[in-house]
Design a protein around this ligand. Structure first.
Ligand code: FAD
Length: 463
């Protein structure tokens, strides 16, 4: 088997790179581990909100760049950040040209484009009639029309190297494939419990896989084996879920408990806060995952927040959480709630008193840990009944991954590109993470860097 370019993974990143390579005249093949017409991948089940660090991709490029840098506290790598921001408009234009329609995000206040048709927005997974599933199919058909191939049920095991350049891949079957360029687009390492155990949590089995479990870290492993550098492996994009999501398919990816956590408090069994809830759900999911016991966090709040939860989030937790079997504990006194939730009563009452006092005084930064209120104002916990929701961290996709240059070329540990090797989508690091787990957007990483990788590989080959 001989190709110009071999792409590992048939999600949006891989199919976008493959289509761009095929449009440039390259003989392109995508190897996809999943079998069947509807092989699972995160792209297929994505909600479809296309954003760059929660900004519209059509906002000015310099503002997008600043937003990524702000969200990652300056830890994003400038070259790939600049390229992604500068090409966001061209990326969305290309998607439109390829037949992707957009609607307004159902939460109008977000002001973000969403791939049409929108998913139903109910508890549990629904993807069959969603824009992402339909566009994934369309990209596979377009690739075939452009002379490229998508080989399903074919897992890549390793990269082949010849005289310092990547010269192809080796399939799991042992078969070698020669290619002048290889794009790794395998979707990240969130479903590899060993790797997340090494970098993200000491209890990987206590984290809810809020994804299709197809990102098994193959790409990271094979690139490291040929000398690739990695960046920011310690953070992930995810959300706070009901602890019952660990055993129920109806409680992931939605409803999320992010906004409830951000308005109330999240405590340990001792009744103590352990993180700044005001940073939002992605940050809190990371903090929960890094607890010694990630199944020891509980959200505590009052009637006001529970009433608000009929409106908050795209699948409001009130009433969808309890309706789908999620635990929502309730009591008229904090002491009784503590007993129901297995939390130390004295500790919880003290924490709530301190919290209420400093929130009323407008001094939330004096709390320990501090409580920011810029994005999510804190609500005092004083209107019974009081509520508690046992939590778990849901990991959607890893934030860190392979270090790349501004043109999606994979970098070696010496900082030089590894000849013939490119990366796209969730396997790419250097755009997300940092101390507050900044998130740029899985879809823009897939479409935007997929486009850059396919075009760069073609240009490099033409030289
Ligand atoms: C429920 C959910 C909702 C989401 N909603 C949004 C959203 O609204 N907006 C947003 O920006 N992001 C969202 N995301 C994230 C986004 O979907 C992903 O980050 C993005 O689709 C990743 O694309 P990808 O091509 O890199 O990876 P994937 O789509 O995961 O594709 C990778 C493919 O590689 C294949 N593969 C893996 N290993 C191998 C191997 N060794 N050989 C061959 N093939 C291999 C896998 O089988 C898979 O098909 C969501 C994710 C989930 C799970």
């Amino acid at each position: 088997m001989t190709f110009d370019i071999a792409i590992i993974g048939g999600g949006f990143a891989g199919l976008t790179a493959a289509n761009h390579a095929a449009l440039s005249g390259l003989k392109s093949v995508v190897f996809e581990a999943g079998g069947g017409e509807h092989y699972m991948c995160n792209s297929r089940v994505a909600t479809g909100a296309l954003h760059v660090a929660f900004r519209s991709p059509e906002d000015p490029a310099d503002e997008l760049y600043e937003s990524i840098m702000a969200g990652t506290d300056g830890t994003a790598h400038p070259d790939i950040t600049r390229s992604l921001a500068a090409s966001a408009q061209a990326t969305i234009d290309w998607m439109r040209d390829e037949g992707c329609d957009f609607i307004q995000h159902p939460r109008r206040s977000y002001g973000l484009p969403m791939m049409a048709p929108g998913r139903e927005m109910r508890a549990g997974l629904d993807w069959e009639n969603s824009g992402p599933n339909l566009f994934l199919k369309a990209l596979a058909e377009k690739l075939a029309g452009r002379g490229g191939e998508l080989r399903r049920g074919t897992r890549v095991a390793a990269l082949e190297i010849d005289a310092g350049s990547v010269s192809g891949v080796r399939l799991e079957s042992g078969e070698p494939v020669s290619a002048r360029a290889v794009v790794i687009a395998d979707g990240g390492f969130q479903a590899d419990l060993d790797q997340i155990g090494q970098h993200i949590t000491n209890a990987p089995d206590k984290i809810r896989q809020r994804n299709t479990q197809t990102g098994r870290g193959d790409g990271l492993r094979m690139a490291i084996n040929v000398g690739a550098a990695t960046v920011g492996l310690d953070k992930f994009y995810g959300h706070v879920l009901s602890r019952d999501a660990l055993t129920s398919e109806k409680l992931w990816p939605y409803p999320q408990v992010d906004v409830i956590c951000a308005k109330g408090i999240v405590v340990t069994p001792e009744g103590a806060r352990f993180a700044d809830e005001g940073q939002g759900g992605i940050y809190m999911a990371n903090c929960i995952a890094s607890l010694d016991d990630p199944l020891s966090a509980t959200a505590v709040f009052d009637r006001t927040v529970w009433e608000d939860a009929k409106e908050t989030d795209i699948v409001p937790p009130n009433p969808s959480l309890a309706e789908n079997g999620g635990t929502v504990l309730q009591a008229d006194a904090l002491e009784d709630l503590a007993a129901l939730a297995g939390i130390d009563s004295t500790g919880l009452v003290r924490t709530v008193e301190d919290f209420n006092g400093l929130i009323r005084a407008g001094s939330s930064p004096a709390l320990d840990p501090a409580r920011t209120t810029l994005t999510y104002p804190a609500h005092t916990i004083d209107k019974p009944p009081f509520y508690a929701i046992p939590l778990c961290a849901g990991i959607t996709v890893t934030s860190g991954g392979l270090a790349v240059d501004g043109s999606a070329r994979v970098l070696s540990k010496t900082g030089k590109p590894i000849s013939g090797l490119y990366a796209a989508g969730s396997v790419v690091g250097g755009l997300e993470g940092g101390p507050r787990a900044g998130y740029v957007g899985g879809l823009i990483k897939a479409f935007g860097i997929g486009r850059i990788a396919g075009r760069t590989a073609a240009a490099d080959m033409a030289v």
